[in-house]
Design a protein around this ligand. Sequence first.
Ligand SMILES: C[S@@+](CC[C@H](N)C(=O)[O-])C[C@H]1O[C@@H](n2cnc3c(N)ncnc32)[C@H](O)[C@@H]1O
Length: 269
Amino acid sequence: MEKGIAAMAACYQTFDPAAYLQYNYTPPRSLASHLHLLLFCSADDVSGELLLDIGSGPTLYQVLSGCEVFNKVLMTDFLEVNRQELRRWVQDAGGCSLDWTPYLQHVCKLEGRRYTWTEKATRLRRVIVDVLPIDVHRPQPMAPDALPAAGADCLVSCFCLESVSPDLAAFTRALGHIRKLLKPDGHLMLIGALGESYYLGGPGLKIPVVPLNEAQVCASLKESGFTLIRLEVYNLMAKKTLFSLMGTQKMSRQMTFCLVFLWTMSLQP
Ligand SMILES: C[S@@+](CC[C@H](N)C(=O)[O-])C[C@H]1O[C@@H](n2cnc3c(N)ncnc32)[C@H](O)[C@@H]1O
């Protein structure tokens, strides 16, 4: 078990945030990401004081909508390079590897343009209170004083657990670990890939992914004490327009593997 987790950690040592953003968050792949942006836009009943993003990576799309309904957003990642990338954006000091403007504009449009994208950017910079280390394979994934004693009101995690776990058992254990960061009546919003075998984390860096199916994810969630509120599965293969936009064989092969699941859960009382 420890060997598998150490091997995954070793894979991440050459993770390249700029390349990852380029591969996954610029056209045509960014179209797929737009699905994920619906996250909070379509979950109006989820709000509170603290939103905790697990395994943020170098990306912000996953909190663009949540930042409007939570007073504080805490970003986390295993790698300092990713935490630096996020801090550069938060501090607005320049040198970011990706311009998030199209994402900000898109979410404003989805939310009905209640504010301009620059206002949203200002709010997001204000509510992101910190960018902290995390390791979902530890029973206590964050430093003991990182969170209020009661835990976060809501967890969001996108493409993290299945991309950092050597097998299904480790994925399930990681779910149990992050559960401890959540308030008893809190929500978990999880996005991930089903049936994916790897993704590109840098030039020539194929990071293995646990190829999960829907039933396995459901069982892991149940075992970890979550009650399913909503599940959406998008078969990107069926979206011929999206698929035909894929420019290269490399990309289309990745998309072939990619099913996205979106879960909204609360902890069992
Ligand atoms: C596929 S990326 C997902 C990034 C981002 N959430 C997204 O949606 O694009 C997986 C992330 O998990 C992070 N990671 C690697 N090992 C981890 C661990 N043991 N605990 C938490 N996060 C980890 C990586 O640094 C990377 O940023």
